[in-house]
Design a protein around this ligand. Sequence first.
Ligand SMILES: [Zn+2]
Ligand SMILES: [Zn+2]
Length: 177
Amino acid sequence: MAPHASAIIDTPGSVRVGDVPDPTPRDRDVVVRVGACGICGTDLHIADGHFPPSPYPIVPGHEFAGEIVEVGANAPGGFVVGDRVAVDPSLFCGYCGPCRAGHGNLCANWGATGDTVDGAFAEYVAVPADTCYRMPDGMTFQEGALVEPVSCAVHASGASASRRANGSSCSARARWA
Ligand SMILES: [Zn+2]
Ligand SMILES: [Zn+2]
């Protein structure tokens, strides 16, 4: 496998740019050439060692969009090389109680690309195909990278509105964005 450049946090308090092997897609993965990746507050927590789910070393970066360059043998969604996608970094198990209730953000086995496995502060990243969303032709990669944080804000806004409507106090139960 050829190497490519990534930002790597070997241990809390250190960030370096170094080579990592190009990812190989698993059966249901695609490989995305990263077009843009946002820097989230969570990334700073990971860099500081204040985000317990993250292992080290890790390549962070979970707010991203890019172009598919490789497709796993049984990847769902009919993706082809060249498709431009925004990626949901959340990795849900699909079978725990919260997942079965439709609340994958509260998954008991929660993980996330760039938070618990290597992410998109890299030239290439492998992700499950079912976390990819095709972008409209006119959308830039920078705009695509904002889909994840905007989604969190929209979800939080809706949740707080429904709590106000129910007359209860607003207590955020959102996972990390
Ligand atoms: Zn789950
Ligand atoms: Zn984030």
